[in-house]
Design a protein around this ligand. Structure first.
Ligand code: DC
Length: 235
C-alpha cells in the first residue's frame, strides 16, 4: 500500500494517540511519524524509565517523595530505534541504555503504580509538552489527547480486545526471547487496564473529540492510512 511521502505542509501538526496497552499505539505512531517526517514521542517509555529508576534504587513504591526527587535529578532521554532495540524507541537513563529492561514484564508489572503518582505525572507531562511545543510530533500514551495536548490537531483513541492485545504481547515478548504464558499475560493486561482506567490522576479515557479506531480486524497499514487521512484533512 502506498501511504505517500512526507509532506511539509503538515509539519506543524500535533497528533495524539491514546489507548490501552497493546492496542498497537507505538507501532502505528512510529509509522505515522516516519511517513510525515515528524518526531515520535513514546510517553509510555518515559513512565517505564521512571519505574526503572525507582526499582533500581530499591525505593518503596509508596514513597512518592523519594521517587519524585530521584526523577527530578535523573536524565531520561528517548532516541530513535536502532538494530539493537527491535524497532522500539531507545531509552536512556543517566546515559545508560535501558531500552530492553524497561519493556520487561517486571517493569510492566509496576509501571501503573508509578504512573499513578501525581508528582511523577506533572514532571513528565511538563517535559512532554515542551517536546511537542513546535508541533510536527506524534505522541502516544494514555492522557495525550485529554491532558498533555488537549489542543492536538488530530486525536486518535486506539482500542483492541484484551484477547488480541494479550496475543500481540505474547508475540512481542517471544521476539525479545522472553518466555510467557497467554493466560498470565491476559490477566496482567487486564490488571494494568483497571489501574490505568481507574487511577485518580489523568485516568485513561477517550477525549471527547478523539476518533476511536478498533484495531482487532485491521492491519497496521490500514490504521496508519486512516490516521494519515485524518492529518490530511487538518493540513
Ligand atoms: O504504553 P506503555 O505500555 O509503554 O505504557 C506503560 C505504562 O505507563 C502504562 O501502564 C500506563 C502508563 N502511561 C501513562 O500513565 N500515561 C502515558 N501518557 C503513557 C503511559
Amino acid at each position: 500500500m502506498d501511504l505517500g511521502s512526507p509532506r511539509d505542509k503538515t509539519k506543524t501538526l500535533t497528533i495524539a494517540i491514546d489507548g490501552p496497552a497493546g492496542a498497537g499505539k507505538s507501532t502505528v505512531a512510529q509509522r505515522v511519524a516516519s511517513l510525515l517526517g515528524y518526531l515520535y514521542i513514546d510517553t509510555g517509555a518515559m513512565y517505564r524509565a521512571a519505574t526503572w529508576v525507582a526499582l533500581e534504587k530499591k525505593v518503596d513504591l509508596q514513597d512518592s517523595e523519594t521517587i519524585i526527587s530521584l526523577l527530578e535529578r535523573a536524565l531520561v532521554e528517548l532516541k530513535p530505534p536502532d538494530e539493537s532495540s527491535q524497532g522500539r524507541v531507545r531509552v536512556f537513563v543517566n546515559g545508560s541504555d535501558v531500552s530492553m529492561i524497561v519493556r520487561s514484564r517486571i517493569i510492566s508489572k509496576f509501571v501503573s503504580q508509578i504512573a499513578a503518582i501525581a508528582g511523577v505525572r506533572s514532571l513528565l507531562v511538563e517535559k512532554q509538552q515542551s517536546m511537542a511545543a513546535d508541533g510536527g510530533v506524534v505522541m502516544d500514551g494514555r492522557d495525550i489527547g485529554t491532558v498533555v495536548l488537549p489542543d492536538a490537531d488530530v486525536k486518535v483513541y486506539l482500542t483492541a480486545s484484551t484477547q488480541v492485545r494479550a496475543d500481540r504481547r505474547l508475540k512481542e515478548l517471544k521476539l525479545m526471547g522472553q518466555i510467557a504464558d497467554f493466560e498470565i499475560l491476559y490477566k496482567e493486561i487486564d490488571a494494568r487496564d483497571q489501574m490505568d482506567y481507574t487511577r485518580a490522576v489523568s485516568p485513561l479515557r477517550k477525549a471527547d473529540d478523539a476518533v476511536e479506531i478498533n484495531t482487532d480486524q485491521l492491519t497496521i497499514d490500514e490504521v496508519v492510512s486512516s490516521i494519515i487521512a485524518l492529518a490530511g484533512h487538518k493540513s
